[in-house]
Design a binder for this molecule. Sequence first.
Ligand SMILES: *[C@@H]1O[C@H](CO)[C@@H](O)[C@H](O)[C@H]1NC(C)=O
Ligand SMILES: *[C@@H]1O[C@H](CO)[C@@H](O)[C@H](O)[C@H]1NC(C)=O
Ligand SMILES: *[C@@H]1O[C@H](CO)[C@@H](O)[C@H](O)[C@H]1NC(C)=O
Length: 410
Amino acid sequence: MFRRVNFYSICFAFGLSVLLILAGSRYTDNTNYRPISESRRNIKNFFKVDDGEDTESQPVPTNSYDGTPNIEKILEKTRAKIQFELWNYNFTYSGVKKLDDLIIETGGRPLRSIIISSWRSGSTFLGEVINAIPGTYYHYEPFLNYGIIQIRGSPLAETVLNSIKDMLKCNFEEMDDFLDYGRGHNHQFSHNTRLWDHCKYKKELCFDSDFMSKFCKLFPFQSMKVVRLRLRLVQELLEDKELNAKVVFLIRDPRGVLQSRLHRDFCHPSPDCSNPELLCADMISDYVAASRLLKLYPDKLMVLRYEDLALNLNSTTHKLLKFLRLSHMQAVDEYLNSHTNTEVSGVSSTFRVSREVPFRWKNILDFEYADQIQMACKEAMNLWGYRMAHNATHMTSKEFDPLETYTITQ
Ligand SMILES: *[C@@H]1O[C@H](CO)[C@@H](O)[C@H](O)[C@H]1NC(C)=O
Ligand SMILES: *[C@@H]1O[C@H](CO)[C@@H](O)[C@H](O)[C@H]1NC(C)=O
Ligand SMILES: *[C@@H]1O[C@H](CO)[C@@H](O)[C@H](O)[C@H]1NC(C)=O
């Protein structure tokens, strides 16, 4: 009897201390915890089609870190936080039994996803939607240091594909170029909010391959976005059974893309970014690749048009998460709400904003330039289901719907 009472009191004390540790990791240390709902942004950022070349909207540290970070303590708190945030996650939905099965540190295999896109096509927004899911480690644009180029084949393709595999497996040991680039470019790390929560107070953490590898290995969901790699080359990643990555390919109307790129200083000097012929040759090559890869790996590739995502934000996001086998929807709903429910000058609802943003080019783009794009992009637009505008009046009219249905013939 006495023994039993003792046993229960030990259990009680143990339970209480676990609760206290969790609560402590959650609330007492604001360097380590930031609720998702707090990261509301200004409406200007909604549906931004950023690509990582902008540094204006980067989070700025609000208070400085006044001590040497204890790496073991950071790792310990991060483990506890991930467990806490995913305590009621349905792991069956993700094809495993328990959290540890998805964590590299404990011998598991994470769910990995890669967004493949191009500059100004909505990939920053999509990346943030996925990053809203607790337990996500977001490998944001790992090839910023390559400059404004497209990678279409050898010799860069091999290097880049190996780096992607290393990063998705959290091996940062041989990633010196990547880590060094981050020294002068915070935005390489700051989109990875869970990592930046620590690096913003102590930048050196993010240049430390040992810390980076250990920290990354705690996360059950590994996501990445890349705007510099064409889809054809992704086959090698889909083939990799050990990696077991899923790919989301995101494409956008070349008129919207180029209109948006017009105002970006980084873009103009680079033909890969500013030349309609090159953009649309890539779009054709991506279409052919999508068609082949969908046949080979129907459950590993999802193809999305930015415009369809914007017009059907909720249902497309649900479809996307289902494809990625991610079941935690609440955080994503919160993210979408905080980015779509803001009133704009009290007149237009965000519903309108989100639906109109992808088509803003219709009223801004000079028809002569639009037509020049259309001439260069006839085939690409036809394949991806983008309609031609006949003249300036037609282009700006309400009747002109740039979208038609498209199919990827397999
Ligand atoms: C978890 O997901 C599986 C597979 O989708 C489903 O069959 C099961 O009902 C879910 N369990 C709960 C508690 O929601
Ligand atoms: C979003 O889509 C899901 C699934 O398609 C649906 O269950 C849910 O009710 C939708 N939410 C809103 C706010 O429309
Ligand atoms: C512009 O195109 C529309 C649709 O094809 C056509 O009906 C209209 O006559 C054209 N306007 C001019 C000025 O060419």
